[in-house]
Design a binder for this molecule. Sequence first.
Ligand code: SF4
Length: 151
Amino acid sequence: MYIYLSMRRRGQVSRSKKAPRPEEVVAARNDPRLRKALDRRRKDPEWRLRGRCRTVDPETFFPEPQARESPRAALELCSNCTVRASCLASALDAGDRNGVWGGTTPRERQAMLIAWRDTVAVALSALVPIPSPAAVSAAGPGQGLGGWRRP
Ligand code: SF4
């Protein structure tokens, strides 16, 4: 299914032309789905094998915008999927703005993508602080990153 989806996306990229409004980005930052996705990010590389959509027609997740099809069926499937957070994290990491992923619509993910990039950057900087050039040179040759480790 995922190979099919990738092929379809290559040929048909539908993007909403409107950028997310600031209030949408604020709402996305506080969205519990985003927090859960961040928590599950890259923790379950096998999540695709357990997705509820494995046996469902991929078209369900990519409703034609012109046909005004509702993604309701896809969202309903996602709502009971055990790998929803990993799925959303993967879509956000990939910057995927097409189709339904992790129980979110493309429009929702547009705002989430902005919040995601900020949140992931902060999370990563908390794990691996980037030393200042002054700290690196004070540590001496070859010792620049010696004092930096995960908390
Ligand atoms: S959350 Fe939705 S799109 Fe993702 S694996 Fe589950 S059913 Fe498929």
